[in-house]
Design a protein around this ligand. Structure first.
Ligand code: ADP
Length: 153
């Protein structure tokens, strides 16, 4: 992995949408790094529910007063994107044991692929039940998602 004096971490995910749980995790991680890139993975076979452009704009607005936080979308492997931006690690959140089992496999694969380390933060309990899937379901059915998403959708 590229060594640089700037300590960059990427926080990859679908962020469809970016929730208050994601927001909380980013705020807690920022003090440990010089730059944190919220990396929105684009999967060619998976159609997004909330448009990418609006999601990038929404997250950018949320962090307008935090110069360390950047928002970028990427295609392809997360480890390749991490290398491209010279990241020292990947950041992920852990809500529960289901996340743990899945994240463990992904983190091990990423270490085998590119020797990329993954760092984890546990979710603040208040946000542990929050998932983008549930937020999409609420929105699809006409519910108000203001309590879940930190920008207007
Ligand atoms: P993916 O599709 O890659 O799982 P998500 O957008 O669902 O992407 O999640 C991105 C990251 O944010 C993951 O590490 C996930 O565990 C974490 N995360 C998801 N929901 C929350 C939450 N409520 N609080 C904190 N972290 C979360």
């Amino acid at each position: 992995m590229t060594q640089s004096t700037k300590r960059t971490v990427i926080f990859p995910g679908s962020f469809d949408p970016f929730t208050r749980g994601h927001h909380d995790l980013v705020k807690r991680a920022v003090p440990f790094f010089d730059e944190l890139i919220i990396a929105i993975g684009q999967n060619s076979t998976k159609q997004r529910y909330f448009p990418l452009d609006a999601t990038v704009a929404g997250i950018t607005a949320v962090f307008k007063d935090e110069p360390k936080v950047k928002v970028q979308s990427y295609t392809g492997l997360t480890v390749h994107f991490a290398r491209e931006v010279g990241a020292v690690a990947i950041l992920r959140g852990l809500r529960n044991t289901i996340d743990f089992e899945y994240e463990k496999s992904v983190a091990e694969s990423n270490r085998l692929l590119e020797n990329t380390e993954t760092l984890f933060l546990f979710t603040t309990p208040q946000y542990a039940g929050m998932s983008s899937t549930i937020v999409r379901e609420i929105h699809k059915n006409g519910g108000d998602v203001t309590a879940f998403v930190p920008y207007p959708v």
